[in-house]
Design a protein around this ligand. Structure first.
Ligand SMILES: [Zn+2]
Length: 312
């Protein structure tokens, strides 16, 4: 494999990433999640250390712009815990912002400029006059879609992601609400120069349909599985069965695994359960038993390394 993966503490050879959790959040503040702010650096650092101890060497922080993302704090946490972090730039779906938020009104050219700056020069926290050394560069571009919806704001974000991707080669993630509009998202990205094999479809397992997943994998896309520990929606066994069935139908090289715990009330260091360590401690051992060592290695190491590698 050639190329590099961009982490907040520097560029890394893809083969050195180790086990990757493709989707978590160290910081996130959203009007959509009242009472669930992730905004305490010490607590988030504690949670990150628990994730590292549970067997992951790298995580993607999937919080895009305007949602309390804290580049300098992410970098400090990565340095103190030894957990590599790939930071995200981009814009989430509109429900995560107040209705007149500038990110929902900005022209694609303005968004693209902001994204490229984050990816290449680095991001600085708005409230922190960070010295150059405390900036952090993003390594992933992200858009957010609604339930079967690509609205005008999402269209502008996708156009901007296309420009930023063409300029840098950075990989792309897209939030799919309940796993919907996956082919439509791939089509929209293809239209702006982002090939399916650069795109991770986040929350694909919220629609645990192995036939659909195999078709998306055949189209080249990465499938984000990040819905474990959601017993009120489905047991983990549904995700394990779907993952193995998708792999057997040809998608083994496309599946990514993350936790997307994302809420203060689910983080142990903030007083909740089950914490970021659940995935490594409870889900991965079951994956090993059910999927075997080779598929587990693909899901945790090889696939995310391929996805996260910057390509021109
Ligand atoms: Zn998320």
């Amino acid at each position: 494999m050639t190329g590099f993966v961009r982490t907040v503490t520097g560029d890394v050879d893809p083969v050195d990433l180790g086990r990757v959790n493709y989707h978590e959040h160290l910081f996130q503040v959203s009007p959509l999640l009242p009472g669930d702010d992730l905004d305490d650096e010490a607590a988030s650092a504690d949670e990150a250390a628990q994730l590292r101890a549970s067997g992951f060497e790298t995580m993607v922080d999937a919080t895009p712009l305007g949602l309390g993302r804290r580049p300098a704090a992410i970098r400090r946490i990565s340095a103190s815990t030894g957990l590599r972090v790939v930071m995200t730039t981009g814009v989430h779906r509109r429900e995560h912002y107040r209705s007149n938020h500038p990110l929902l009104q900005a022209r694609p050219e303005e968004l693209a400029e902001a994204f490229v700056r984050d990816l290449t020069a680095g991001a600085v926290e708005p409230d922190e006059a960070a010295p150059e050394a405390m900036t952090a560069r993003a390594g992933v571009l992200k858009a957010g879609l609604g339930y079967w919806r690509i609205d005008a704001a999402a269209g502008r974000t996708i156009e901007a992601i296309g420009a930023a991707h063409r300029a840098t080669g950075a990989p792309v993630m897209v939030h799919l609400e309940h796993g919907t509009a996956a082919f439509e998202a791939l089509e929209a990205f293809d239209g702006v120069g982002v090939a399916a094999d650069q795109v991770a479809l986040a929350h694909m397992d919220r629609n645990p349909d192995p036939g659909l997943h195999a078709e998306l994998a055949a189209a080249g896309a990465y499938l984000g599985y990040d819905g474990a520990a959601r017993a009120k929606d489905w047991p983990d066994s549904v995700l394990l069965d779907c993952l193995v069935a998708t792999a057997e139908a040809g998608g083994a090289s496309r599946i990514l695994l993350g936790g997307d715990v994302a809420r203060r009330t689910r983080y142990r260091a903030y007083g909740g359960l089950p914490g970021l360590r659940y995935l490594g401690e409870r889900f991965v051992p079951r994956l090993m038993v059910k999927a075997g060592a080779d598929l587990t290695d693909a899901v945790l190491r090889r696939n995310p390394a391929m996805w996260l590698t910057w390509r021109r």
